[in-house]
Design a protein around this ligand. Sequence first.
Ligand SMILES: NC(=O)c1ccc[n+]([C@@H]2O[C@H](COP(=O)([O-])OP(=O)(O)OC[C@H]3O[C@@H](n4cnc5c(N)ncnc54)[C@H](OP(=O)(O)O)[C@@H]3O)[C@@H](O)[C@H]2O)c1
Length: 327
Amino acid sequence: MGSTPLEVGAVGLGCMPMSWAYSTSRQRGGESLRAVHRALDLGGGATLLDTADMYGPFTNELLLGRVLKERRSEAFVSTKVGLLVGEGHLVANGRPGYVRRACDASLRRLQTDVIDLYQLHRADPEVPVEETWGAMAELVREGKVRSLGLCAVGGARSGRRPGAGPYRGTLQQLSRLQRVFPVTAVEAELSVWSREALETLLPWCTGHGVAFLAATPLGSGYLTGTLTPGEGFEPDDARARHPRFTAEMMAANQPIVAGLRRVAARHGQDVTPAQVALAWVLAQGPHVVAVPGTKQERWAGQNAAAAALRLTAEDLAELRNLPAALD
Ligand SMILES: NC(=O)c1ccc[n+]([C@@H]2O[C@H](COP(=O)([O-])OP(=O)(O)OC[C@H]3O[C@@H](n4cnc5c(N)ncnc54)[C@H](OP(=O)(O)O)[C@@H]3O)[C@@H](O)[C@H]2O)c1
């Protein structure tokens, strides 16, 4: 993990789909538990399990706690603080007292006495970010947390101001945080169809010895080639309101999936577009960890196996030349 002695496998497990965001009617505790076990079985070193108190809310940490009470040493636990589910919208809370209470509650739910990476989910506009980060640093000194991370806001689809470079606000925040306590990891979207982080954010991380956790590396499932344009999503699925997931845009972006399929075919009939999408993410730098999300045991196994897939220069050139995503 960046310049710390902490180590994780190259492919982690994003736990959000088990309790939040996608096809909620298909969220099943038993299947999710099997997915976590599978990821730990295949992880190759400690497997990064990425959760947040707001996934559920709270139920995702509770679910992971059931596994961690037996297999804590095989996992690298990443959870997040600072974003709460309000009535119909999300609310940031970065007050130091709240951060301390939220950490104790996460530790209880996760059934562990230490969180490996504690991430600030969103900075609170009402609280100077140094105050929130200072409270998080105190948790490291108390031994409740091993390292700190920041979730970045400011990719192409975040509504950033026109003309402002991607992640401009995040980069300013990172400089302020580094003066208070070292940043160990930054988590932001990075995938074949969302490459904004390559412009300034990933180079900043590389230059500062900070790990980069690639969130949404499968394009919320689209890049796996298993979603059918026009099939639709459940009303509470985040993709039902997402501009890239209208039937029209899903059809228009099929050339990207076709490119992933072509590369996969060169590596054998068992290799999938999802694995190529993950291998592309891992090829972007030595401190990049891919964090694909799933609630299914079979996908957790397939995704973990992508750590062994090495793309050739020809593959990378073909993926570089894929058309930009339309949305
Ligand atoms: N820090 C932040 O602010 C932030 C924001 C977004 C995400 N994240 C983290 O990043 C993780 C990954 O992002 P994500 O879960 O939104 O999106 P993702 O990893 O791009 O895609 C997840 C979707 O892909 C499907 N899937 C996974 N592996 C597959 C495979 N091999 N074949 C076919 N389908 C597959 C999953 O289906 P099933 O649901 O059926 O398993 C799920 O619907 C999250 O879980 C979360 O931990 C962090």
